[in-house]
Design a protein around this ligand. Sequence first.
Ligand code: SF4
Ligand code: SF4
Length: 100
Amino acid sequence: MQRLDIKFSKEIGSYDKFNAAQCFNCGTCTALCPMGINILPRILFRYVLMGMKDKLMENKDAIYSCLLCRMCEDNCPEGVRIAENIRVLRRYIGRHVYGL
Ligand code: SF4
Ligand code: SF4
């Protein structure tokens, strides 16, 4: 059973640069991503907002395969700071998983 971790969600949300909530799932970012990463940000960011830490951790590879090129972000109609959000997730994983 999936365990929700509200503390995790709150910690990520406390970074003022993490602004995934306004995503309305239009798919533009997925269509434009040169890496074909179809899980970022529409799915992974939702895991964060819902406190689904285990699901996020299962998909660490996608987080680290992003080029931070901002192709998605520059075309997001809602101004989601996708690359910065990904950086926030990397910072969280670095601290809590790798002890950096
Ligand atoms: S382009 Fe922006 S609003 Fe559309 S799915 Fe991606 S993050 Fe969400
Ligand atoms: S910033 Fe990452 S998710 Fe966005 S288009 Fe570039 S590689 Fe894809």
